[in-house]
Design a protein around this ligand. Structure first.
Ligand SMILES: [Cu+2]
Length: 263
Protein backbone atom coordinates (compact mmCIF):
# COMPACT_ATOMS: atom_id res chain seq x y z
CA UNK A 1 0.00 0.00 0.00
CA UNK A 2 1.47 3.31 -0.96
CA UNK A 3 1.46 6.43 1.13
CA UNK A 4 -1.35 8.00 -0.73
CA UNK A 5 -3.54 5.01 -0.19
CA UNK A 6 -2.62 4.96 3.43
CA UNK A 7 -3.59 8.58 3.76
CA UNK A 8 -6.95 7.88 2.18
CA UNK A 9 -7.52 5.14 4.66
CA UNK A 10 -6.56 7.16 7.64
CA UNK A 11 -8.69 10.20 7.10
CA UNK A 12 -12.09 8.53 7.25
CA UNK A 13 -11.35 7.00 10.61
CA UNK A 14 -11.89 10.40 12.14
CA UNK A 15 -15.61 10.47 11.85
CA UNK A 16 -17.34 7.27 12.62
CA UNK A 17 -21.04 7.63 12.40
CA UNK A 18 -21.06 11.05 10.85
CA UNK A 19 -23.43 11.59 8.02
CA UNK A 20 -22.06 11.33 4.57
CA UNK A 21 -22.42 13.97 1.98
CA UNK A 22 -22.69 13.49 -1.71
CA UNK A 23 -20.60 15.73 -3.84
CA UNK A 24 -22.14 17.84 -6.50
CA UNK A 25 -24.53 16.93 -9.26
CA UNK A 26 -25.66 13.40 -9.95
CA UNK A 27 -23.17 12.84 -12.70
CA UNK A 28 -20.15 13.93 -10.70
CA UNK A 29 -17.48 11.53 -9.58
CA UNK A 30 -18.12 10.47 -6.03
CA UNK A 31 -15.86 10.79 -3.02
CA UNK A 32 -16.41 9.80 0.57
CA UNK A 33 -15.84 7.05 3.04
CA UNK A 34 -17.50 4.66 5.39
CA UNK A 35 -16.91 1.73 7.65
CA UNK A 36 -18.58 -1.43 8.79
CA UNK A 37 -18.39 -3.73 11.76
CA UNK A 38 -18.36 -7.28 10.49
CA UNK A 39 -20.43 -9.62 12.58
CA UNK A 40 -21.28 -13.30 12.33
CA UNK A 41 -24.22 -14.09 10.13
CA UNK A 42 -26.96 -15.45 12.35
CA UNK A 43 -27.48 -19.19 12.16
CA UNK A 44 -24.20 -19.92 10.44
CA UNK A 45 -22.11 -21.02 13.41
CA UNK A 46 -19.37 -18.48 12.91
CA UNK A 47 -17.37 -17.15 15.83
CA UNK A 48 -15.56 -14.42 13.98
CA UNK A 49 -15.52 -10.66 13.80
CA UNK A 50 -13.95 -7.89 11.87
CA UNK A 51 -14.01 -4.35 10.65
CA UNK A 52 -14.01 -2.88 7.18
CA UNK A 53 -13.33 0.53 5.76
CA UNK A 54 -14.04 1.97 2.37
CA UNK A 55 -12.77 5.19 0.92
CA UNK A 56 -13.66 6.61 -2.46
CA UNK A 57 -11.90 9.43 -4.22
CA UNK A 58 -13.37 10.41 -7.56
CA UNK A 59 -14.84 6.98 -8.12
CA UNK A 60 -11.65 5.16 -7.18
CA UNK A 61 -12.28 2.81 -4.31
CA UNK A 62 -9.96 1.63 -1.57
CA UNK A 63 -11.13 -1.17 0.68
CA UNK A 64 -9.57 -2.64 3.78
CA UNK A 65 -11.00 -5.25 6.02
CA UNK A 66 -9.61 -7.32 8.81
CA UNK A 67 -11.37 -10.35 10.17
CA UNK A 68 -10.41 -13.01 12.68
CA UNK A 69 -11.99 -16.31 13.59
CA UNK A 70 -12.74 -17.42 10.04
CA UNK A 71 -12.24 -21.00 8.88
CA UNK A 72 -8.47 -21.20 8.85
CA UNK A 73 -6.56 -22.16 5.75
CA UNK A 74 -9.54 -21.81 3.46
CA UNK A 75 -10.23 -19.11 0.88
CA UNK A 76 -13.03 -16.70 1.67
CA UNK A 77 -14.78 -14.83 -1.07
CA UNK A 78 -15.82 -11.34 -0.07
CA UNK A 79 -17.89 -8.71 -1.77
CA UNK A 80 -19.60 -5.39 -1.47
CA UNK A 81 -23.30 -5.98 -1.97
CA UNK A 82 -26.11 -3.63 -2.80
CA UNK A 83 -29.39 -3.56 -4.64
CA UNK A 84 -31.99 -0.83 -4.78
CA UNK A 85 -34.63 -3.36 -3.89
CA UNK A 86 -32.73 -5.17 -1.17
CA UNK A 87 -33.22 -4.37 2.47
CA UNK A 88 -29.79 -2.91 3.20
CA UNK A 89 -29.24 -5.05 6.24
CA UNK A 90 -27.57 -8.23 7.35
CA UNK A 91 -29.68 -11.37 7.46
CA UNK A 92 -31.82 -12.25 10.43
CA UNK A 93 -33.07 -15.73 11.25
CA UNK A 94 -36.42 -14.88 9.67
CA UNK A 95 -34.57 -14.83 6.36
CA UNK A 96 -34.03 -18.57 6.72
CA UNK A 97 -36.91 -19.33 4.42
CA UNK A 98 -36.02 -22.98 3.88
CA UNK A 99 -35.98 -23.51 7.63
CA UNK A 100 -32.67 -25.34 7.85
CA UNK A 101 -31.37 -23.02 10.52
CA UNK A 102 -28.73 -21.47 8.27
CA UNK A 103 -28.60 -18.48 5.97
CA UNK A 104 -27.52 -19.52 2.50
CA UNK A 105 -26.53 -17.27 -0.34
CA UNK A 106 -29.93 -16.67 -1.83
CA UNK A 107 -31.52 -16.14 1.57
CA UNK A 108 -28.84 -13.58 2.32
CA UNK A 109 -29.33 -11.72 -0.93
CA UNK A 110 -32.77 -10.58 0.06
CA UNK A 111 -31.20 -8.72 2.93
CA UNK A 112 -28.08 -7.28 1.38
CA UNK A 113 -28.50 -7.41 -2.36
CA UNK A 114 -26.32 -8.34 -5.28
CA UNK A 115 -22.57 -8.20 -5.72
CA UNK A 116 -21.30 -4.85 -6.84
CA UNK A 117 -17.62 -5.30 -6.08
CA UNK A 118 -15.64 -8.50 -5.64
CA UNK A 119 -12.89 -7.99 -3.09
CA UNK A 120 -10.28 -9.93 -4.99
CA UNK A 121 -6.58 -9.61 -4.34
CA UNK A 122 -5.69 -8.97 -7.97
CA UNK A 123 -7.29 -8.48 -11.35
CA UNK A 124 -10.96 -7.95 -12.00
CA UNK A 125 -13.17 -6.75 -9.15
CA UNK A 126 -16.55 -6.93 -10.83
CA UNK A 127 -19.37 -9.33 -10.05
CA UNK A 128 -18.04 -11.70 -12.63
CA UNK A 129 -15.13 -12.46 -10.29
CA UNK A 130 -17.55 -13.27 -7.49
CA UNK A 131 -16.50 -16.89 -7.31
CA UNK A 132 -12.96 -16.83 -8.56
CA UNK A 133 -11.67 -18.25 -5.35
CA UNK A 134 -8.02 -18.26 -6.38
CA UNK A 135 -8.10 -14.48 -6.22
CA UNK A 136 -9.60 -14.18 -2.77
CA UNK A 137 -7.68 -14.20 0.46
CA UNK A 138 -7.11 -17.38 2.41
CA UNK A 139 -7.56 -17.01 6.15
CA UNK A 140 -4.19 -17.96 7.56
CA UNK A 141 -4.80 -18.90 11.15
CA UNK A 142 -8.36 -17.71 10.64
CA UNK A 143 -7.32 -14.15 9.93
CA UNK A 144 -7.66 -12.07 6.81
CA UNK A 145 -6.11 -8.64 6.55
CA UNK A 146 -7.26 -7.36 3.20
CA UNK A 147 -6.21 -4.15 1.55
CA UNK A 148 -6.73 -3.06 -1.98
CA UNK A 149 -6.86 0.34 -3.62
CA UNK A 150 -7.19 1.72 -7.13
CA UNK A 151 -10.49 -0.03 -7.73
CA UNK A 152 -12.27 2.01 -10.35
CA UNK A 153 -16.02 1.95 -9.97
CA UNK A 154 -18.87 3.69 -11.74
CA UNK A 155 -20.51 6.79 -10.32
CA UNK A 156 -23.53 4.67 -9.58
CA UNK A 157 -21.61 2.01 -7.68
CA UNK A 158 -19.69 4.67 -5.78
CA UNK A 159 -22.98 6.24 -4.75
CA UNK A 160 -24.33 2.90 -3.62
CA UNK A 161 -21.25 2.20 -1.52
CA UNK A 162 -21.52 5.61 0.14
CA UNK A 163 -25.26 5.44 0.58
CA UNK A 164 -25.22 3.86 4.01
CA UNK A 165 -27.02 0.81 2.66
CA UNK A 166 -24.28 -1.30 1.11
CA UNK A 167 -23.04 -4.45 2.77
CA UNK A 168 -19.68 -6.13 3.05
CA UNK A 169 -19.93 -9.89 3.22
CA UNK A 170 -17.25 -12.50 3.78
CA UNK A 171 -18.25 -16.02 2.79
CA UNK A 172 -17.23 -19.51 3.84
CA UNK A 173 -18.39 -21.35 6.95
CA UNK A 174 -17.76 -24.68 8.66
CA UNK A 175 -20.99 -26.03 10.08
CA UNK A 176 -19.61 -29.41 11.05
CA UNK A 177 -16.41 -27.94 12.48
CA UNK A 178 -14.10 -30.29 10.67
CA UNK A 179 -11.81 -27.60 9.38
CA UNK A 180 -12.80 -27.62 5.72
CA UNK A 181 -15.58 -26.93 3.27
CA UNK A 182 -17.58 -30.11 2.97
CA UNK A 183 -20.83 -31.68 4.10
CA UNK A 184 -23.82 -33.20 2.38
CA UNK A 185 -25.72 -29.95 1.94
CA UNK A 186 -24.85 -28.46 -1.41
CA UNK A 187 -24.60 -24.81 -2.30
CA UNK A 188 -27.82 -23.28 -3.49
CA UNK A 189 -25.73 -21.64 -6.17
CA UNK A 190 -24.11 -24.77 -7.49
CA UNK A 191 -24.79 -28.28 -6.26
CA UNK A 192 -21.24 -29.29 -7.07
CA UNK A 193 -20.05 -27.29 -4.09
CA UNK A 194 -20.80 -27.69 -0.41
CA UNK A 195 -22.95 -24.94 0.97
CA UNK A 196 -20.19 -24.31 3.52
CA UNK A 197 -18.06 -22.84 0.75
CA UNK A 198 -20.60 -20.25 -0.26
CA UNK A 199 -22.73 -19.38 2.75
CA UNK A 200 -22.12 -15.98 4.32
CA UNK A 201 -19.90 -15.91 7.41
CA UNK A 202 -19.54 -12.24 8.27
CA UNK A 203 -21.66 -9.26 7.35
CA UNK A 204 -21.61 -5.56 7.99
CA UNK A 205 -23.41 -2.55 6.58
CA UNK A 206 -21.15 0.23 5.46
CA UNK A 207 -22.27 3.20 7.43
CA UNK A 208 -21.67 6.34 5.46
CA UNK A 209 -19.27 8.42 7.46
CA UNK A 210 -17.98 11.47 5.78
CA UNK A 211 -16.87 13.27 2.69
CA UNK A 212 -13.18 12.63 2.86
CA UNK A 213 -12.20 15.46 0.59
CA UNK A 214 -14.56 18.18 1.70
CA UNK A 215 -12.56 21.11 3.03
CA UNK A 216 -15.07 21.80 5.74
CA UNK A 217 -18.27 20.53 7.23
CA UNK A 218 -17.60 16.98 6.20
CA UNK A 219 -17.02 15.62 9.63
CA UNK A 220 -20.03 16.92 11.45
CA UNK A 221 -21.65 14.39 13.63
CA UNK A 222 -24.68 12.72 12.22
CA UNK A 223 -27.26 10.41 13.61
CA UNK A 224 -25.32 7.34 12.75
CA UNK A 225 -28.64 5.67 12.15
CA UNK A 226 -27.48 3.99 9.02
CA UNK A 227 -25.63 1.46 11.12
CA UNK A 228 -28.79 0.39 12.89
CA UNK A 229 -29.44 -2.43 10.53
CA UNK A 230 -27.10 -5.02 9.32
CA UNK A 231 -26.56 -6.46 5.97
CA UNK A 232 -24.74 -9.17 4.31
CA UNK A 233 -23.39 -10.03 1.06
CA UNK A 234 -23.90 -13.03 -0.87
CA UNK A 235 -22.30 -15.71 -2.59
CA UNK A 236 -19.46 -17.71 -2.59
CA UNK A 237 -16.29 -19.48 -2.20
CA UNK A 238 -16.19 -22.08 -4.75
CA UNK A 239 -14.31 -20.87 -7.73
CA UNK A 240 -15.68 -23.27 -10.25
CA UNK A 241 -16.61 -22.09 -13.68
CA UNK A 242 -20.09 -23.42 -13.19
CA UNK A 243 -20.52 -21.46 -10.05
CA UNK A 244 -19.16 -18.37 -11.66
CA UNK A 245 -21.69 -18.79 -14.40
CA UNK A 246 -24.45 -18.89 -11.86
CA UNK A 247 -23.17 -15.79 -10.18
CA UNK A 248 -22.93 -13.99 -13.46
CA UNK A 249 -26.48 -14.95 -14.25
CA UNK A 250 -27.69 -13.67 -10.95
CA UNK A 251 -25.69 -10.51 -11.32
CA UNK A 252 -27.15 -9.95 -14.73
CA UNK A 253 -30.52 -9.59 -13.15
CA UNK A 254 -29.37 -6.77 -11.00
CA UNK A 255 -29.49 -3.29 -12.29
CA UNK A 256 -26.64 -1.74 -14.18
CA UNK A 257 -24.81 -4.96 -14.59
CA UNK A 258 -22.31 -4.71 -17.37
CA UNK A 259 -22.78 -7.24 -20.02
CA UNK A 260 -19.66 -9.12 -20.93
CA UNK A 261 -18.72 -12.26 -19.16
CA UNK A 262 -15.28 -13.33 -20.10
CA UNK A 263 -15.40 -16.94 -19.31
CU1 LIG B 1 -20.78 -11.78 -1.19
Amino acid sequence: MNNRTRALLTVPALAVGALFAVAGPASAAESGSGQADLRPVVGNGVDASGTAMVSIKDDVLTVTYKATGLLAGSPHAAHIHFADDSQHRCPVIADDTNGDGHINTSEGMKAYGMIEVSLTTSGDTSAKSALDVKRFDTAKGGTIDYQRGSIKVSDAVAKDILSGGAGIVVHGVDYNKDGKYDGSTKSDLDPSLPTEATDPALCGIIGASQMSMMPDGGAQTGSGSTTGVEHTGLFVGGGLALLAGTAAAVATRSRRRTADVER
